[in-house]
Structure formats: structure tokens, C-alpha cells
Design a protein around this ligand. Structure first.
Ligand code: UD1
Ligand code: CA
Length: 456
């Protein structure tokens, strides 16, 4: 049998009123990525023939985020059934199965969607397959009403449900598969005579039953089907995705000393034998090489950390930080748009931005690359095997040659040649016995003042 063609329709036109946000609901990030992009990422391995995203008017930021996927515009948010209808034109003459997914369901897995599509093909080929789940708290989800034989009879929205229907624990996830032509035919029959005065996609099940067509339910674990309608549900989704990412890091061979305190982004790449301390936060675009150690309380984004490097505790790596193999980045150090070559050390209280630090160079405590003059950013280039004394200000643009030494407390404004010593601080003076004489004089003054007061 040839594989049946499948198109996805992703609904994301809803206003998401319950989020109380200016941002469209599906743009709220989970693990650093907008929910709608989680859904599209879930679809990718299925290699579907088409995927159309349904948006409301003026949701240009969402359209840009989902590009190059085609977008259909639902003129007015009149319900999920109306939203699917809005995709009809974009699907053109498509024949095959349509898979409907809601853009606010970011935890779905490709495996579950595959099971839904497979169920459509299984004899006696159900006309509609609905993905159901049993959440711990069924709350306001639509309820799946089953027939005696276990097939699906109807989906009843919570607001329209009777008491016994509300007692049903099996809920609608929003994922559905049906023959595309039949789907649009049934959608043509639904109305909005219900509690929300909306055209419910879910009503197509009853319409199919009226034609004596069989509908089926595929069940999936509840932790995949959380629908995000509020900030509280967004927090639940975040927690679920973080739990998955932590598990994946552990399974990939990393040690997490306190997994629940480590926060990943969907794209964080952690090598084997990496150790991550408590309270570490990974922003987008981080790759950590084998055997590296990230000590407690680091904030890391857009950074590549080489094998065996040690970062933290309390370090901040910003976008463009490249930490070479075996390099050390210590406490209260910030690195931005800078390459720290293998074996180099930046161990204490430093800011290194728009710079290169050559291999095996040591950067003393409190070194600052002054990369910004209030108007422009400039680069600092430090060679290999150099030594920068503590509390040095390197005023960019400036180049420090290989093997050069900078005396502590210097303000370096001109290039330093390889193997030179550069010091810019005032020379040290010493007055022998001055401190003792000073103390004696001051004590005498104090005593004199006290006597004068007593005589008043
Ligand atoms: C919907 C289902 C409910 C199910 C739940 C699962 C309906 C009628 N109800 O309820 O059975 O248990 O999802 O999470 O389908 N949308 C549009 N245009 C609209 C309305 C909604 O594109 O006019 C989009 C939203 O952006 C959202 C999705 O459809 O991504 C679901 O809409 P939402 O309002 O969240 O539906 P629920 O009330 O959660
Ligand atoms: Ca929802």
C-alpha cells in the first residue's frame, strides 16, 4: 500500500486571553523556544507533505517565526472549527489525511502523532481519530464520550457538558486525524449553538456519528498533552520540558549534582562526563564539550565550552564566548564575544569582551577589557603565554603580544610587543618611619582635644 499523504493544520489564531499578555499565546517560550516552534519541531520527523499554521490578523511576528511554513488567516476567532476551515484554501486541492494540532500543546512527541496517523490506517479505518488523555485534573478540557465498544461517540466541551459527562476522566487533547475532504465536509455542518457561541472543531465527531461513521480514540500519557491557556499552565509546561531535558542530559552521560536546579534551553548540548553543579542556567545556543565542569551558579548563553574546561562558580558566559579545551573561567567573571584559547585562565572578577586571550595566558584578578568608549566597540587581542597583572584595564583597541607581562594595576592604552613588560602605574615611594610618626602626632592631637573639653 502506498503511504497516504498527510497535511497538518496547526491552530494558533486564538487570542489567548487567559495569558493576559501582549504577546500572542503561542509565542510564549517554553525552554527558550516559542510554543508554536515546539509543535513544528514535533512535526518535522514525520516528514508530512504540508503544514499550514492558522493565525489571526496582525500576528506578523508569529508568521515570521513559523516561516517558511505557509500561514492561513482566520479573520475572526470564531472557534477551533472555524479556524480549521480557514486553512482550507491554503491546502488547495490536497487529498489525503489532515492532522489537526493546537499550537498551545507544546509537549507532544512525534511518536504519539505517529500512533494517531497509524490508527487512521488500521482496519476498520476509523473516519476520525482523536488523541485522548487522562489528566490528573481534567479541568476545562473537552470530554470524550465513548460507545460501549470503546469507539468515540462525541466530544463534549466542558462548558456544555452535563454533570455525568463532566465526571468523565478521558479528555480531548485537540489532536485529530481525518480524511481532509471529509473533515471540511463535516465542518460545513457544524453550528455555534453552544455555551461559547463558537464553531467547535470537536463537534465533527457527532456529525460523523450521525452519518454512522466510526471514530476512534488513541490514548497518550497526560504529560504530553498539557494545553497551555494560562501562565500557571505555562509554568507546568516549562517544568515538564525541563524535567525531560535534565533526564536527557543524565542519560547522555552528564552528572547533575542537583538536577532540579539546573535549567536548560531546548538546544543545549552537553557532552559526556560533563559535571554540572547546582543552580546553573543555560540560555540558547550552548555547547559543552566532554569532561568540562560547570560549577555552581553560572549563567551561560550562546557559548561553546571546550572539553575539560572549568567554568564557575558564579561565572557568566554571554553570546560569542568560546572557551578552549582545559581553560579556566572562575568566579565573578563575565565573558562576551571572546575566545579564550586552550589552557588560558581567567579566574577572578574579570570582564573579557570583544577579545581573544591566547593559549595558556593568565589573566589576573579584576582585569577589564575596556571595549566600549561610549560610542563604539573595539577589540582586545592578547597573545599566547602572556601574563596580565591584577586590576589591569586594557583600553581597546589594543594588542598584547605573546609572552608579554603587564604589571598589576596598569591602564594599557598602547600595544605591547611580545615578551615586553608594560607597567603604567606611578612608581612606589617609601618614607621610612612615617607611619609611626603620623600615629604619634595624631594621638597627641586627640589627647589635647580631650583635655580642652574637660576644662569647659
Ligand atoms: C480545546 C478543545 C478541547 C480540548 C482542549 C485541549 C475545542 C472546541 N475545544 O479547548 O476539547 O480539551 O483544546 O487543549 O476545540 N484557536 C484558533 N482560532 C479560534 C480558537 C482557537 O486558532 O477561533 C486555536 C488557539 O490558538 C489554540 C487552539 O486553537 O492554539 C485551541 O484553542 P483554545 O481556545 O485554547 O481551546 P480550549 O478551550 O483549550
Ligand atoms: Ca487550549
Amino acid at each position: 500500500m502506498t503511504q497516504r499523504k498527510t497535511a497538518a493544520v496547526i491552530l494558533a489564531a486564538g487570542k489567548g486571553t487567559r495569558m493576559k499578555s501582549r504577546l500572542p499565546k503561542v509565542m510564549h517560550p517554553v525552554a527558550g523556544r516559542p510554543m508554536i516552534l515546539h509543535v513544528l519541531a514535533t512535526l518535522r520527523p514525520l516528514k508530512l507533505d504540508r503544514a499550514v499554521v492558522v493565525l489571526g490578523p496582525g500576528m506578523d511576528a508569529v508568521a515570521a517565526a513559523v516561516a517558511p511554513h505557509p500561514v492561513a488567516i482566520q479573520a475572526k476567532q470564531r472557534g477551533t472549527g472555524d479556524a480549521v476551515m480557514a486553512a482550507r484554501q491554503a491546502l488547495g486541492r490536497f487529498t489525503g489525511d489532515a492532522l489537526v494540532i493546537y499550537g498551545d500543546t507544546p509537549l507532544l512527541s512525534p511518536a504519539t502523532l505517529r500512533r494517531v496517523l497509524a490508527a487512521r490506517r488500521r482496519l476498520p479505518r476509523p473516519a476520525i481519530v482523536v488523541l485522548g488523555f487522562e489528566p490528573a485534573d481534567p479541568a476545562a478540557y473537552g470530554r470524550l464520550v465513548l460507545a460501549r465498544d470503546g469507539s468515540l461517540d462525541a466530544i463534549v466541551e466542558y462548558r456544555d457538558a452535563s454533570r455525568p459527562e463532566r465526571a468523565i476522566g478521558l479528555c480531548n487533547s485537540g489532536v485529530m486525524a481525518a480524511d481532509a475532504r471529509l473533515l471540511f465536509e463535516l465542518l460545513g455542518e457544524i453550528d455555534n449553538r453552544n455555551a461559547k457561541r463558537e464553531y467547535y472543531l470537536t463537534d465533527i465527531v457527532a456529525r460523523a456519528r450521525a452519518r454512522n461513521l466510526r471514530c476512534a480514540v488513541v490514548r497518550a500519557p497526560a504529560d504530553e498533552l498539557l494545553g497551555v491557556n494560562s501562565r500557571a499552565e505555562l509554568a507546568l509546561a516549562e517544568a515538564a520540558v525541563q524535567a525531560r531535558l535534565r533526564k536527557a542530559a543524565l542519560e547522555g552521560g552528564a552528572t547533575l549534582l542537583d538536577p532540579s536546579s539546573v535549567y536548560f534551553t531546548h538546544d543545549t548540548e552537553i557532552g559526556r562526563d560533563v559535571t554540572i553543579g547546582p543552580g546553573v542556567v543555560f540560555g540558547p545556543g550552548v555547547r559543552v564539550g566532554e569532561g568540562a565542569e560547570i560549577r555552581a551558579f553560572c549563567h551561560i548563553e550562546g557559548a561553546v565550552i571546550g572539553p575539560g574546561a572549568v567554568v564557575g562558580p558564579f561565572a557568566r558566559l554571554r553570546p560569542g564566548a568560546v572557551i578552549g579545551a582545559g581553560a579556566h573561567i572562575g568566579n565573578y567573571v563575565e565573558i562576551k564575544q571572546a575566545t579564550i584559547e586552550p589552557g588560558a585562565k581567567v579566574n577572578h572578577l574579570s570582564y573579557i569582551g570583544d577579545a581573544r586571550v591566547g593559549a595558556d595566558t593568565n589573566i589576573g584578578a579584576g582585569t577589564i577589557t575596556c571595549n566600549y568608549d561610549g560610542f563604539l566597540k573595539s577589540r582586545t587581542d592578547i597573545g599566547r603565554g602572556a601574563f596580565i597583572g591584577s586590576n589591569t584595564a586594557l583600553v581597546a583597541p589594543v594588542t598584547i603580544g605573546d609572552g608579554a607581562i603587564i604589571g598589576a594595576g596598569s591602564v594599557i592604552t598602547r600595544d605591547v610587543a611580545a615578551d615586553s613588560l608594560a607597567v603604567t602605574r606611578a612608581e612606589q615611594r617609601e618614607a621610612k618611619g612615617w607611619a609611626a610618626r603620623y600615629r604619634r602626632r595624631k594621638l597627641a592631637q586627640k589627647a589635647a582635644r580631650k583635655t580642652a573639653k574637660g576644662q569647659d
